[in-house]
Design a protein around this ligand. Structure first.
Ligand code: ZN
Length: 216
């Protein structure tokens, strides 16, 4: 078994306006598998309901069966992040935004405090895109400290162009500015909701801090 938590991005997300259209947006989320050192397998953001077969195929290529998934996390409750959660009914917890459930039971967990999945993988609250957004912090991973943050970051390009995260909807812009800084502070790598993973540099942290100060 690997000595580090292994993060495998199964599918890179995307989002863009349909060419030659002004009212159709095309979008799917980044879907990530974490193979934990303690044998836990975690799936983060399960794409649209039409993507089940391709997720199963990608898991198979990584020698993971759907019944081997220990936790399902949807960073928030939008349809392109939750579509295939019901492929994973052996999971101990299904976490959709700040709602944690197993069958009809949920642990009393309010106000939100970091929720541990393993000793070095936890779910933290990152309000902004929605009021109940969460992110998965993976320490001791093949990417150092990685944060799988859903639509807190839409894609790397939204750092230079904040319109990219604002135009897809932000239910609390001030919190989002703040949580983007918070996540960049702790992350070596960020896996955004609709783009490729990117390395966090000091320049990125400084830019986000500047934006926070300007907009608070
Ligand atoms: Zn999204």
């Amino acid at each position: 078994m690997s000595k580090v938590n292994e993060i495998v991005v199964l599918f890179n997300g995307y989002s863009r306006l349909e060419p030659e259209s002004t009212d159709v947006f095309v979008s799917n989320c980044t879907c990530t598998l974490i193979k934990g050192v303690n044998g836990s397998n975690i799936i983060v953001d399960s794409m649209t309901p039409w993507d089940g077969p391709k997720i199963l195929e990608a898991l198979k290529a990584n020698s993971v069966k759907p019944e081997d998934i220990s936790f399902v996390v949807s960073t928030h409750g939008h349809a392109d992040h939750t579509g295939n959660n019901n492929l994973f009914l052996n999971a101990k917890w299904h976490i959709v935004g700040q709602c944690i459930m197993h069958q009809d039971k949920f642990p009393i967990h309010h106000p939100w405090t970091p929720f541990e999945l393993t000793p070095d993988i936890r779910v933290i609250e990152t309000e902004g895109h929605t009021l109940a957004c969460v992110s998965v912090v993976v320490e001791n991973s093949n990417l150092g400290v990685a944060v799988i943050c859903g639509d807190l970051f839409e894609k790397k390009e939204d750092i230079d162009n904040p319109e990219l995260w604002q135009e897809v909807g932000s239910e609390n812009q001030k919190a989002q500015y703040k949580n983007r800084c918070k996540v960049a502070e702790i992350a070596d790598w960020i896996i955004p909701g609709h783009g490729e993973a990117f390395k966090v540099t000091q320049e990125i942290r400084d830019k986000l801090k500047e934006q926070l100060i300007k907009n608070n």
